[in-house]
Design a protein around this ligand. Structure first.
Ligand code: NAD
Length: 282
């Protein structure tokens, strides 16, 4: 089974759109997301454009603010402080990565936790790990929704996560743990990656290395979630961390790239923006 992230994301976006459509009548305004981009990193330009498009589709008011590459940290923090205080703004997203002169940690911590649609603020991270109310990061949240839509219950299963980043690997591992999976994290220092991945009943790959997981590294019946967004060194086309051609025949279910995790991340961003709005108008 190919897990159709595009379709599952479209359903979630449609649900957010119908709930957003009720906001104007109920609360006198609609959710408002502000996306800040610093500089002209080509990938960031595309990501920010896609986020604005998704907002339009979901009926979410959105503003994109672009600051020049040489922008100081002070100036960005000043803008964030203004948006934090603006009652008309529900969500703030600063597109990463940021230019070298700006500390990402300082920027993430500066965004009000109530408007932190990415779920990266230290208090939201703490909420995930302490099981207290929080905004969940979009990609891991989307992965859990993909598993649910595919009818995969992690309970009791052996889940292997490749990658331990703050935005994907660590939080998705914690979410799988909370869903009662037995979780193993793999990373660049893992001694025998194939031995670990062959044990997996659920395999989440977020390494950022094109096609590092091949068919001989997985067992029959595995469920594979490919988070990677890489360039195929041979074709130059977008590909995942998983070699789809050799893994798909052995997998019970697998996400494609593109059309898997990517669309879900954006749909979850829409849902988080609506959640922020609903918390604030309460
Ligand atoms: P990152 O570079 O911060 O982390 C990568 C992790 O993978 C590290 O923990 C590293 O130890 C591990 N790793 C790298 N190479 C490895 C190898 N050969 N064997 C085992 N472990 C290895 O990356 P990230 O921000 O977590 O993103 C991972 C990938 O997911 C990237 O391709 C990124 O573009 C993609 N991504 C996609 C979405 C989406 O919405 N589809 C969202 C976020 C990230």
């Amino acid at each position: 089974m190919i897990i159709d992230g595009k379709q599952i994301a479209a359903a979630l976006k449609a649900d957010v759109a119908s709930r957003t459509a009720e906001c104007q009548a109920k609360y006198g305004r609609t959710p408002h997301l502000v996306v800040i981009r610093v500089g002209e990193d080509p990938a960031s330009v595309v990501y920010v454009r896609n986020k604005a498009k998704a907002c339009d589709e979901a009926g979410i008011r959105n503003t994109t603010t672009v600051l020049e590459e040489s922008c100081s940290e002070e100036r960005l923090l000043g803008l964030i402080a203004k948006l934090n205080a603006d009652p008309d703004v529900d969500g703030i997203l600063v597109q990463l990565p940021l230019p070298r002169q700006i500390s990402e940690a300082n920027v993430i911590a500066a965004i009000s936790r109530e408007k932190d649609v990415d779920g990266f603020h230290p208090l939201n991270v703490a909420g995930l790990w302490q099981k207290t109310p929080h905004l969940a990061p979009c990609t891991p949240k989307g992965i859990m929704k993909l598993l649910e839509a595919a009818g995969v219950d992690p309970k009791g299963k052996r889940a292997v996560v490749i990658g331990r980043s703050n935005i994907v690997g660590l939080p998705v591992g914690k979410m799988l743990l909370d869903a009662n999976a037995t979780v193993t994290f793999c990373h660049t220092r893992t001694r025998d990656l194939a031995a670990a991945t062959r044990e997996a009943e659920i395999l989440v790959v977020a390494a950022g290395r094109p096609k590092i997981i091949t068919g001989d590294m997985v067992s029959e019946g595995v469920v594979i979630i490919d988070v990677g967004m890489d360039r195929d060194p041979e074709t130059g086309k977008l590909c995942g961390d998983v070699d789809f051609a050799s893994c798909a025949p052995k997998a019970a279910a697998i996400t494609p790239v593109p059309g898997g995790v990517g669309p879900m991340t954006i749909a979850c961003l829409m849902e988080n923006t609506l959640e922020c709005f609903l918390q604030r108008v309460k």
